[in-house]
Ligand binder design. Structure first.
Ligand SMILES: [Zn+2]
Length: 371
């Protein structure tokens, strides 16, 4: 018998005490401190007595989950506050694009080989213009030991990744594959990033993140049309519709957060987790959001990429020249980049209604072909 000891019962009692303290405390800062101790205790017990929480976790999980959602809400709100200058554009984007559900299959199997994917990617960049082709080739030439394909099933990874070494101007690309046409579009997407990196390595700087996907999303948009035409299929239309739905849903959630933040200001209150208040509307708005917070820059890029895409259909060279200028923009203010892109003649949402009408027609046509 040890002289000094404590046992699971002691910890269990402490944990229950703390849950009670937490529930009854109204001061926010004190609650937060109590919560930190609960977390410490929870981690410790979980490690020492792995079986304990199997039966007793329900209470903890429910409070923990809600608490985390409220933390997500605070983070997201703070980030959106920093980019208020985009509020109207995002609101308009989601208002026009909401309620879109195309009910198309997401995946079209094609089982292209790695060589075939690379040849098609090369063909696509070759027909853009000499400037983009030249910069694309700086990376493509090194493909033998600078690109790798990873089976999504065996090694779940993001669809694609690219990192660029500025000193040697080397891009390394990783493409997650699943045997669908997505593999081709992911490759085109990542080559879009690496081409921009050759044009201006600082295009990848964090302060430009909101606009960092314009190039690659734009390349995908025109590649959807290019390959539907070249390969005489409809995989591109399906991708276009799928991503339009996805970006629209992220924008809609962002708008819900902005509305809540505005409401908080108006009421002079703060939505925090509290057993006495029913803030279920906050929870509803934030549920499933955490996975999308990090994807937000895809939406801010998409609203510009769509306008470049519209321009491309009217004047290919002008669109590519404008993209080149966007890539060459340097600076450190998110608002300044926004103003600069507008000065280049790219206005978010200007062609959105037309884009959707065209997409609706393409989708109708595709549905008939699938049948
Ligand atoms: Zn990307």
């Amino acid at each position: 018998m040890a002289k000094y000891n404590w046992n699971l019962q002691t910890l269990e009692k402490r944990l229950n005490d703390y849950f009670e303290f937490y529930k009854n405390e109204t001061d926010h800062n004190k609650r937060e401190n109590i919560w930190k101790d609960i977390i410490t205790l929870h981690h410790f017990v979980k490690k020492e007595y792995p079986d304990y929480f199997d039966e007793n976790d329900a209470c903890f999980e429910s409070i923990n989950y809600k608490n985390e959602l409220f933390n997500d809400y605070e983070d997201y709100k703070q980030r959106l506050e920093e980019i208020r200058f985009l509020e109207d554009d995002l609101k308009k984007f989601y208002q026009i694009s909401s309620d879109k559900s195309y009910n198309l299959p997401v995946k079209i199997t094609c089982n292209l080989t790695e060589d075939e994917i690379l040849i098609l990617t090369h063909d696509f960049y070759e027909q853009l213009n000499p400037y983009f082709y030249k910069n694309f080739m700086k990376n493509f030439r090194r493909r033998k030991n600078h690109v790798r394909f990873i089976d999504k099933e065996n090694s779940p990874c993001d669809e694609g990744r690219m990192f660029f070494l500025k000193n040697t101007k080397e891009a390394f690309l990783q493409i997650g594959t699943d045997g669908t046409f997505r593999d081709l579009f992911t490759t085109i997407h990542e080559y879009g990033h690496s081409t921009s990196a050759q044009i201006n390595p600082s295009h990848l700087n964090p302060e430009k993140e909101l606009y960092s996907e314009i190039d690659s999303i734009f390349m995908e948009l025109i590649a959807y049309d290019f390959f539907d035409r070249e390969l005489n299929n409809y995989a591109g239309t399906i991708e276009k519709a799928h991503y339009h739905e996805t970006y629209s849903s992220i924008a809609e959630k962002a708008n819900a957060i902005i509305s809540l933040a505005n409401l908080e200001k108006k009421l002079g209150t703060s939505f925090r987790y509290d057993k006495n208040s029913d803030y279920s509307f906050v929870l509803n708005a934030v549920t499933n959001l955490s996975t999308e917070i990090n994807d937000y820059f895809y939406v801010t890029s998409y609203i510009f990429a769509l306008e470049l895409y519209d321009l491309y259909k009217k004047d290919k060279e002008k669109a590519l020249d404008t993209l080149k200028k966007i890539i060459l923009l340097d600076g450190n203010s998110e608002k300044q980049f926004y103003d600069d892109i507008l000065d280049l003649g790219i206005t978010p949402n200007a062609s959105l209604e037309k884009f959707q009408n065209d997409l609706d027609k393409e989708v109708e046509k595709t549905k008939k072909l699938i049948k």
